[in-house]
Ligand binder design. Structure first.
Ligand SMILES: Cc1cc2nc3c(=O)[nH]c(=O)nc-3n(C[C@H](O)[C@H](O)[C@H](O)COP(=O)(O)OP(=O)(O)OC[C@H]3O[C@@H](n4cnc5c(N)ncnc54)[C@H](O)[C@@H]3O)c2cc1C
Length: 397
């Protein structure tokens, strides 16, 4: 077994490490005081629409970083070569994110392109995929419904064929950026189907007749998800993403690929939080003594998280089934981060509860992660299913 990155992956990791050291770390004090809108990933869409001169100043800094990253060929890393990207492996993207997470500046390399958009065909490529790759458009994801969250197979939204169109009817809860995105990737089922059958994904422009934003919901998560209603929203057949009735597979692919990134982000955030705790404890040897066992324990658990994240990504790169590892990483990573942040609040005391304190910000990031994109209970359920798949020996445990 060889746990080293390949020479190309190691070269990329070093490039990113240098970028972080030279460009991001020096900006940390600047971003400590950034407006709330720079929490999470809002700077990529919502903040850009703001007219607040202070927000625009920070956006200008981000745009400057983007230009430097582009100049260093660090922008389209996971984009397929066919679309002008470097098409680096999942493992390489984990190494990239691990480096980026060493700085608290909320900067990411690349525009956000939902992986299912690579199923775009024909004119969909020009209209939906390429503008996302170029950063001209953003997309939101419409899966969850009022009665179908943890179990999307209960989805009630329908897409009824009507000549060259489908008429979509239903409500979607929580699509992040549903009010500012250029289009939605919305899932609805063919009439008369149940469970995973008949689920179809559509690409719908957010201004399309029949598409309505009911409200945007302020959350502690650093994003404002929306409630969307589709009221006889007639969408041409050529806006089906992938194949009619094959939307379930697209949904699974989207979630699966994200979980390893969630894991390494949890690792990075936990690391930054523990560094802060370490800096505090260094000032007080008696307090240090009191908390040192917990610090050591967390550090050990973080190493385990890092290992399963790399291992799962490696399996995904080999084309192996990595669903079990993805569920383990999502569960273990988000739960561990939550415990680390809770511990940090305990050590740092009431001062860290200040809204703008880095540990309070980490708390706001950490807690929703245990729910969003598959709650912990659901991951536990998926993991235990693997025991039964593996046979009698495991069942006897
Ligand atoms: C900030 C934020 C952003 C989001 N962004 C998006 C988005 O962009 N697109 C999108 O489609 N959705 C989005 N969501 C929705 C999110 O994915 C769902 O909230 C999540 O999947 C849980 O679904 P639910 O809210 O319907 O909870 P429910 O399914 O009602 O579950 C509630 C709780 O019950 C427990 N539970 C449920 N089922 C079981 C079970 N079988 N066994 C044991 N326990 C169970 C779990 O602990 C769960 O947390 C977002 C949510 C938030 C908060």
């Amino acid at each position: 077994m060889d746990f080293r990155l390949s020479p190309e992956e190691e070269t990329l990791r070093r490039q990113v490490e240098q970028f972080v050291r030279e460009e991001l770390i020096p900006l940390e004090p600047v971003f400590e005081g950034a407006p709330d809108i720079f929490e999470g990933s809002r700077w990529k869409s919502r903040a850009k629409l703001s007219r607040d001169p202070e927000v625009q100043r920070y956006i200008a800094v981000m745009e400057g970083l983007k230009r430097k990253a582009e100049a260093g060929d660090l922008w389209h890393l996971d984009v397929p070569k066919a679309y002008g990207g470097r098409e680096v492996s999942n493992v390489a993207m984990i190494a990239v994110t691990e480096e980026l997470e060493k700085a608290s500046v909320p900067f990411e390399l690349g525009n956000h392109v939902s992986n299912i958009l690579y199923a775009c065909k024909g004119e969909q490529v020009e209209r939906f995929l390429l503008p996302c790759i170029r950063g001209e458009k953003t997309a939101c994801f419409g899966l969850t419904e009022p009665g179908a969250g943890s179990d999307p197979s209960m989805m009630a939204a329908t897409a009824a064929p009507d000549g060259d169109y489908f008429a979509i009817n239903g409500t979607k809860m929580f699509p992040t950026f549903g009010d500012v995105a250029g289009f939605v990737q919305v899932f609805a089922r063919l009439p008369g189907t149940k469970g995973r059958e008949g689920v179809t994904c559509f690409l719908v422009d957010t201004g399309h007749p029949g598409y309505r934003v009911v409200r945007s919901i302020g959350t502690i998560a650093g994003s404002e998800p929306c409630e969307l209603v589709f009221d006889n929203c007639r969408v041409p057949k050529n806006q089906v993403l992938g194949e009619v009735g094959k939307g379930w597979e697209l949904n699974q692919a989207w979630l699966g690929a994200r979980r390893f990134q969630v894991g390494i982000r949890c690792h990075g955030t936990a690391q930054r939080v523990l560094r802060r705790v370490g800096a505090l404890l260094r000032l007080d040897p008696r307090e240090h003594e009191k908390f040192s066992a917990s610090l050591g324990h967390f550090r050990g658990e973080m190493e385990a998280l890092r290992s399963i994240t790399y291992h799962g990504s490696w399996k995904a790169d080999q084309g192996m089934d990595a669903r079990f590892e993805a569920a383990c990483v999502k569960l273990f990573g988000t739960e561990l981060l939550h415990r680390v942040v809770d511990f940090a609040l305990e050590v740092a005391g009431p001062g860290a509860l200040r809204k703008e304190h880095a540990i309070a910000r980490a708390f706001r990031y950490a807690r929703p992660r245990r729910i969003v994109e598959g709650a912990s209970e659901i991951q536990r359920h998926m993991i235990q299913r693997a025991l039964f798949r593996e046979g009698i020996a495991c069942m006897e445990l």
